[in-house]
Design a protein around this ligand. Sequence first.
Ligand code: ADP
Ligand code: ASP
Ligand code: MG
Length: 422
Amino acid sequence: MTGLIVQKYGGTSVGTTERIKNVAQRIAEVQRTGKDVMVVVSAMAGETDKLLAMAREFSDHPQHREIDLLLSSGERISAALLTIALNALGCQAVSMTGRQIGLVTDSSHTRARIKHIDASRAKELLNNKHVVVVAGFQGINEQGDVTTLGRGGSDTSAVAVAVALGAERCEIYTDVDGVYTADPNMVADARKLDVVYYEEMLEMASLGAKVLQIRCVEVAKKYKMPLVVRSSYNNEEGTLICEENPSMERPQVSGIMYQKNQSKVTVRGVPDEPGIAAGIFDALAEAAISVDMIIQNVSAEGHADISFTLDTDHLVEAMEVMKKTAHQFKPENLISDSNIAKISIVGEGMRSHSGIASVMFRTLSNENINILMISTSEIRVSCIIESKYTELAVRALHDAFALKTAPTDMDAKAKAEQTKAL
Ligand code: ADP
Ligand code: ASP
Ligand code: MG
């Protein structure tokens, strides 16, 4: 639909009835300019965690199907309240659940993937000049059971409906002014980026910049849907996330990311022979446990140590799997460490510049921070360090790459180019 804008409001943006009134006013103003507006909302801040904690009072392993039904209620509450607030302002609005918006997913409860959206009813309502308010984060599977899209999944709902309805762009409203060079709640002099390319944003989201869920960036990239990350507290311009413009020069490093909820498992002294790594990682894959970094050291005596990292949420399960399958690879020792963090630097400019990793390693060494593991891609370098040094490392790297000041007016130029193209 030409002229359609999809706006997504996160948990803090709809965290109180006062905030909901404020959001309703913003939406009403956009509608007055003649634009069609579709809105996707998250649950009120803290609601999803509160519901999860209640479920855990009954069981350590609540059924994922029931968790989905439970959690989907959070988004329904905010969708209904915002719609009531909009109607009270004289702005015709209708709320819709995942089922009503026709958002069909696979059956992987708590982390479902979207299969398709039949937005015909929403289209009709928009054509009749209604604001459609969608409960984010949820859909239904082919059996009609409620599913959810993983934590932070309302971002993905928003991009998916924007794509399904052919929106001009998708605006993600949150509690910060855009995507920053580092988490602005950790680094006081972090700088807002005017433009971030999809590829960089994919890395940033997967490496800890929780401002956007990674799936939302994947969908936006696939369908070339421009994303704008903005604050719901002011009218600043925000960050544009869009396709790469090869003619524009990019900074070597655009941002520093961190992930604290990481653990390392080391399987020490396994035979150095074919099939050992396959056995270990087959067992983990069968248990649907995703691992992140992997390293193997080979010793002189025909033995090897294999270490891997994963989300701490899966550590207990991973250790159980390792103990159960240990008879296959007979390790001398099996150890885990949950006091680690992953620190990453990301930048499109790394493709064409060398020596960036060494600046990272030198900076960590100057702070006396030991690097436990390293991994790289074309536009990223990640290091595992002791988690107690996370803040120190992020701030030191932010300084070392001089991120608080814009590298010339590169960002502004890139933004001007991209905005012209929209
Ligand atoms: P919402 O509830 O609106 O979905 P989130 O809490 O999911 O908001 O995401 C916004 C938060 O992301 C910010 O408050 C900020 O602390 C965090 N964040 C982490 N890294 C970054 C970054 N590089 N740029 C912006 N925000 C970041
Ligand atoms: N309410 C869900 C969460 O807290 C989804 C979202 O906010 O996007 O993860
Ligand atoms: Mg979020």
